[in-house]
Structures are given as C-alpha cells and as structure tokens.
Design a protein around this ligand. Structure first.
Ligand SMILES: NC(=O)C1=CN([C@@H]2O[C@H](COP(=O)(O)OP(=O)(O)OC[C@H]3O[C@@H](n4cnc5c(N)ncnc54)[C@H](OP(=O)(O)O)[C@@H]3O)[C@@H](O)[C@H]2O)C=CC1
Ligand SMILES: CCCCCCCCCCCCCCCC(=O)[C@@H](N)CO
Length: 325
C-alpha cells in the first residue's frame, strides 16, 4: 500500500517534469535576447501615446531612436520632450504609413534599423451596420496595410544590416486582436490581421536572425483613447467595462521587456496573460515555462473564456430587451 502511494507520488512529480523536459527540448524558435543599447530603434506613431512612451524608454536605455508619424509639429514636440528628459537626439520622419514611396525615402534617410516598432494605429469604434465603409477602409489601410508598407520598406535594409546581432520587428496589436469585441469589427479585423502577418513573417525571417514580437495592450491612457472614449458605443462600454486603462509608460515597459526577451506574444497585464494562453493556438513559443503553463491550463482557461462569452451575450440580450421597452 505504502509502495503504491509512493509510486503514484513519484508519477505525479515525474509527469510534469517529463513534460517540462520535452517542452524544453522542442520549443521553437529557440530563445533569443535582443539588445537595445546602442541599437537603432525606429518607432512608427512615435509622436504620441504608446509609441512615444516606447521611444522615450528606448532612448533612456541608450538606444538611437527615430520616430515616424504624419504631423511634423507633434514629432518636434516629442523629439524635444525626449531630448529634455534623456539628452538623446531623436530623428524624426514625417510620413503617412499609407504612402509607400514616402516610407522608402524614410528608410533611405534613416539607415538600417535594428528594432522596428510598427506601432501606429487608428481606432474609430462603431457598429458595422452604421459605420461608413470609408471608416472601415481607413482602419484597415492604416493599421494593416500601413504595417505591410512599413515592413516592406524597412526589411531589406534590416536583412542587409552589418550589425550581426539579432534584430526585431514589433507589431502593436491590441486585446481586440485576440478576441472580437462589439463595436470594434473593423478594428478587430485590422488587428487580427496583424497576427497572421506576424506568425507567417516570423517563419520567413528567422534565418536572418530577425525576431517578431506581437504586443497586445488593453485600454491605455493616450491622446487616441481620449478621442475614442467620446464615441464608444454603450454596449462596447458594457462589455469591456472591467478593463481599466493602463498608463502608456507601463505598456511601453512591458513591450520593451517582451522585445528584449524575444517573446513572440507580449501581453501587458494579468488579463492579457490569460488571453495570451487561451488564444495561444499555433503561435510560436520560445519559453518552455510559458509552453508548460499553456499546456496544463488550456482546458480550464477555455472554460473561463466560455463564462466570459456567457456574460457578454447576457449583457447584449439584456441591453436589447431594455431598449425595446
Ligand atoms: N490606447 C489604447 O487603448 C490602445 C492602443 N492600441 C494600439 O496601440 C497603438 C498606439 O495607440 P495610441 O498610443 O493610443 O495612439 P495615439 O492616437 O495616441 O497615437 C497614434 C500615433 O500614430 C500616428 N499615426 C496615426 N496615423 C498615422 C498614419 N496614417 N501614418 C503615420 N503615423 C500615423 C500618430 O501621429 P499622426 O497623427 O501625426 O500621424 C501618432 O503618433 C495603435 O496601434 C493602437 O491600435 C492597442 C490597444 C489599446
Ligand atoms: C480567459 C479569458 C480572459 C478574457 C479576458 C477578456 C478581456 C477582454 C477585454 C478586451 C478589451 C479590449 C481593449 C482594446 C482597446 C483598444 O485597442 C482600443 N484602441 C480600442 O479603441
């Protein structure tokens, strides 16, 4: 009897250890560290919000920083703020990410980039039934096609870089790129699109020692969010109610840590970790510890996710019942 319980105890201990060992051996791509100090970090949308916070942090960590956005006035303001705080001279590029030729000119002027942070983005929430197609196209063009444009324009010089250390392409998604949310149809589509781009691109550029990170922030206090708040549909508010806004600098810290540790998926808060695990799917995973957590918690988190959906659909039902009265 005692021997039997000893055996089962051994098995209970051994099984997870074996799983850890297997995962340690098989996780791909292999772990990598991306240094930031003395490297060229290029941030789109670097004149405001999350992008500005990332540029700021990268500068204070000793990177050479360039920022790109449309408004030269906002770029100058950002440049000044970063210079005042860190003493680092930031290069600015005024261009629209929808204009591929302008991006080609920017890459020629900027020189090879080591960490390309494709962060720019626009969000105009509305139910699809009433949203004009122009607004839909605007979000897809800027968020998705604009990201393609950036990568197409900047990747050739990144591949040809003489700095042989590992490089990084970072895409700023959103939790709305992991789960569909009422009022965000076009925005969700643009951000879900980035995931397909990122997963496929990682396979294509791994041989160049370039590593993709996909960042998934929740609501973040930024000038963009202030505008979004003014037009967010009531049901969007109800469904996302539990998510308070993070500070842009907190998100920037999570993003930079994720980039430096070469993480493919970069969550930004606790909810984000749960979302990352439950939506892991076939995404690459470099960390055997995270892989272990994904494998053992998959079913319980799926159950949790179903409860979330139950809650969301109850809210929608209740809303419609009330508005009919
Ligand atoms: N804030 C939030 O709650 C969340 C944001 N995100 C994502 O994070 C990213 C940054 O968001 P946030 O900091 O809030 O945004 P902001 O609106 O504060 O800043 C957006 C930045 O992108 C630039 N930009 C916008 N359109 C273009 C364009 N066509 N070409 C070049 N640059 C452009 C803006 O400059 P200019 O207007 O001068 O061009 C600005 O620098 C976005 O991708 C967003 O989807 C994800 C989750 C939550
Ligand atoms: C196990 C399951 C855990 C589930 C947790 C689910 C939480 C979902 C919250 C989604 C919030 C969306 C924030 C996007 C904001 C954004 O991107 C802004 N730019 C939008 O305008």
């Amino acid at each position: 009897m005692a021997a039997l319980s000893l055996l089962s105890l051994l098995l209970i201990l051994l099984l997870p250890l074996c799983l850890l060992l297997v995962l340690y051996l098989i996780v791909r791509p292999r772990p990598v560290k991306i240094p930031i100090k003395d490297r060229h970090v290029f941030v789109t949308g670097g004149s405001s919000g999350i992008g500005l916070a990332i540029a700021h942090r990268a500068a204070s960590e000793g990177a050479r920083v360039s920022i790109l956005a449309r408004s030269q006035a906002k770029l100058d303001e950002a440049k000044q703020a970063i210079q005042l705080a860190t003493g680092v001279d930031v290069a600015t590029f005024s261009a629209d990410v929808r204009d591929f030729d302008a991006l080609r000119r920017a890459t020629e002027e900027a020189g090879p980039v080591d960490v390309l942070v494709v962060n720019h983005g626009v969000y105009l929430p509305k139910e699809l039934a009433t949203q004009e197609l122009d607004e839909v196209r605007f979000m897809i063009d800027v968020n998705l096609i604009g990201s393609f444009n950036m990568i197409k324009a900047f990747l050739p010089a990144m591949k040809a870089r003489t700095d042989r250390r590992p490089a990084s392409v970072v895409l700023m998604s959103s939790q709305a790129g992991q789960v569909g949310i009422y009022g965000y149809t076009a925005y969700c589509a643009s951000k879900f699109g980035l995931r397909g781009l990122a997963e496929a691109l990682q396979q294509e550029i791994i041989a160049d020692d370039i590593h993709v990170s996909l960042v998934f922030p929740s609501y973040t206090d930024t000038p963009g969010l202030v505008e979004e708040n003014k037009r967010r549909p009531p049901l969007t508010r109800v469904i996302t109610g539990s998510s308070g806004a993070m500070k842009a600098d907190e998100v920037a810290e999570k993003a930079l840590n994720g980039i430096k540790s070469g993480s493919f998926i970069v969550p930004c808060n606790f909810e984000g970790y749960l979302l990352a695990i439950v939506t892991a799917g076939l995404s690459p995973q470099r960390s055997y510890v995270m892989a272990f957590v994904e494998v053992v918690s998959a079913s319980i988190l799926r159950l949790t996710a179903l409860f979330f959906q139950w809650n969301w659909y109850s809210s929608i039902e209740k809303w419609h019942a009330q508005s009919k009265q």
